[in-house]
Design a protein around this ligand. Structure first.
Ligand SMILES: [Zn+2]
Length: 308
């Protein structure tokens, strides 16, 4: 009992015929059909109800389902919110602070768009390695990285995973951002500042999610892999994200954390306790069970696991 199917969404927009037709996201039409399917098969519940089930042991309805939207994309305000309101459904949104407040593009999104604009991933791998070498890295080092990181998963081939892992966390932070910026200019060809405004919600838009009865929780401040930074850095990042959450009018007691990349460690779990979180969602792929699962380690399914 108390099973909870948590669905994870990222980009949701009309993709075909858009400026980035190769982006790996959910077509708006598919999203509409999926919402109809999910509301038929499941009982879509509010975040408040889930927090109550966790804190007070209240029972969820059978086939409970929770819709979660990561990364603060403008898609969520423009396309997702109207569809949810139309159907009287609830969603939980997790925008990282920097994407909303500063004119930056998260590495994860720069990387998506670099990959999307690169017609030949092998050429991208060569360019990436060339940037590493020109910053003083030996060819034997990139070869070692390639051997370790280039492992295909259920979504991506080996070269794509190599580019992602190198630019997400394998390279030192400064080198990584400088190479991401270079590749962004080379392959996407627009400024990151104007792209940021186009890609993410404004503060006002996030506030209107809250005013519309949607849940807004923390996705960290800088979208770090939390398990790869020190406990002190983690604490700073979580605190910053809570200041942002408070500013947009959402709850900072009994709040929900959505780990960027699903990454966390014991230090993260202690911090969530300290800052009075009630739940946290990961990227482990299975149906959650509120009776048995640690509420700070709730697994999620991907939108691609359901029919559209
Ligand atoms: Zn994210």
């Amino acid at each position: 009992m108390n099973n909870l199917t948590i669905v994870m969404y990222h980009y949701v927009r009309p993709i075909k015929g858009s400026r980035f037709p190769g982006i790996k996201g959910l077509e708006l039409e598919g999203f509409r059909r999926q919402l109809d399917h999910l509301s038929e098969k499941f009982h879509i519940v509010s975040t408040e109800r889930i927090i109550d089930a966790i804190k007070n042991g209240s029972k969820l309805p059978s086939n409970a389902c929770w819709l979660t939207f990561d990364d603060g994309y403008k898609d969520h305000f423009k396309f997702v919110l109207p569809e949810l309101l139309k159907r009287n459904l609830h969603g939980a949104f997790f925008p990282p602070r920097v994407a909303i407040v500063d004119d930056v593009v998260l590495d994860v999104n720069s990387i998506h768009h670099i990959l999307n604009c690169a017609t030949d991933v092998e050429e991208l791998v060569l360019k990436l390695n060339a940037h590493c070498h020109s910053s003083g890295m030996a060819e034997s080092e990139t070869a070692l990285f390639y051997k370790e990181l280039a492992v295909a998963n259920r979504f991506d081939n080996a070269n794509t995973i190599y580019v992602k892992r190198m630019l997400q966390h394998a390279l030192p932070e400064e080198l990584r951002s400088s190479i991401v910026n270079k590749l962004f200019h080379e392959f996407v060809g627009i400024s990151t500042a104007s792209f940021s405004n186009e890609l993410y919600m404004s503060i006002d838009e996030v506030q209107s999610l809250v005013k519309s009865g949607m849940y807004v929780g923390s996705h960290g401040s800088r979208h770090y892999w939390l398990d790869k930074i020190s406990p002190d850095e983690q604490e700073k990042d979580i605190k910053e994200s809570l200041i942002f959450i408070e500013k947009i009018g959402a709850a900072t007691k009994d709040w929900v954390m959505c780990y960027p990349y699903g990454a966390y460690n014991n230090a993260t779990l202690n911090l969530l306790q300290k800052y009075q979180a009630s739940a946290a969602v990961t990227t482990e792929v299975r149906v959650a069970n509120l009776t048995n699962d640690n509420p700070f380690e709730l697994p999620r399914l991907d939108t691609n696991d359901f029919p559209q």
